[in-house]
Design a protein around this ligand. Sequence first.
Ligand SMILES: Cc1ncc(COP(=O)(O)O)c(C=O)c1O
Length: 441
Amino acid sequence: MTFAAATSCAPALQAWCFAISPADAAAQCARILPIFSDSARRHMLKLAERMGRAKPSAIMLVAEKAKKLKAEGRDIISFSIGVPNFLPGDHVYAAVKDALAKDSGQYGSNRGADALLDAFLAHLEKAGLTGFSRKNIATGIGAKHVLYNLAEALLDPGDTLVFPTPYWTSYLDIADIVDAKVRLLPCPAEQNYKLTPAQLDAALPGAKVFLFNNPSNPTGMVYTPDEVAALAEVLVRHPNVWIITDDIYHRMVFDGVGYKNFIQCRPELRERTIFVDSLSKTYGMPGWRVGFMAGPEAVAQALVNLNSNHITNVPEIVTAAAIAALTGPQDVPAQKNVEFQSKRDQVLAMLDSIPGVKCPRPQGAFYVFPDISCAFGKSHSGKKIENDVDFCNALLDAKGVACVPGSAFGEPKALRISYTCPTAQLPEGLKRFREFFAELA
Ligand SMILES: Cc1ncc(COP(=O)(O)O)c(C=O)c1O
């Protein structure tokens, strides 16, 4: 009901409630409403305070600008949005058709359908994460939703959340919404964008949650098994800290580096570690919105309770697609890994040819995160480039190449290149990027 409708029915309500004549009620309302309406309007029209802290994603803003230029007829090559840009295998679509034919149309389980939980458990085992049961799992509408729910479940207002910089943008935004304090651990290009054990040790006293992302968005860096083990040693010494490992890119690792999780290094961390995963990147299914967590039963149950009040369930048709992706042939993700590794090599070769650009070698996901601060203070086409945002704007305007400024990820000396564009476009985009640098004065 609108405010106007609510106030205009007040005389009728008073007459009904207090058994007075409609004329008397109308007279009373005429006296009361002006006072009531001012304070009510102030009260009723205010958004919750937390919404002042909720910001739209900076990555989406760049993608939107690139889209708009494209719609205006500009030739745009997008290195901006972090989508894998491929579709899942045919078996996924076959499973969807089958599920449509058998659709129950009913609500589903708040935790996730049993068959989906079992498929995820088998997927975990393939990653070397054994010993979980259905009670350790919860599903959600993508990893973003799972991470949001984890923030709700683990962080009270004022609690401290610790994570390294550069970070995936939504970590900061989610922390802001739940009113957590954030302790950022700077990991610049000089330290390969990786957290050291000493940094972690110094940051954990007083923290409630440590959030770790491996392989990383935006840097594409992968912690070696030895590096993960060294961080796990530190975590053991801080028993009051929950650990969230956002490992949604764990199947996208190159150069034979291998993937390890903290609980494989120190099994005692299992009682407070929550592993987060998603179908979005590995299976080319970002729009299908399926995410998971595996962790302590109490945490999984908390997320199930949140689901029961938010989403109820991952939809039945999507569930069928997810089961097919997890349990069916794995050739599409495997082929894509080979393709991404080759694209990573092309991007690095281009960046290596630009004097002054520093770029630690990423070994996973589909991102490269060069430090382009050598361009600051220079100009392009008469436009001064003071920072990463100026750089990305000038690059998009002059060359039609869209990248995301590093400040969106807490590192203003860099920018992110997401290299999943069609294979044929990549050399052209890289050529334009190099030309842009060569034209700086
Ligand atoms: C590190 C990281 N975590 C979580 C997500 C969210 O993934 P989903 O599509 O499953 O919500 C993303 C998406 O870009 C990401 O890069």
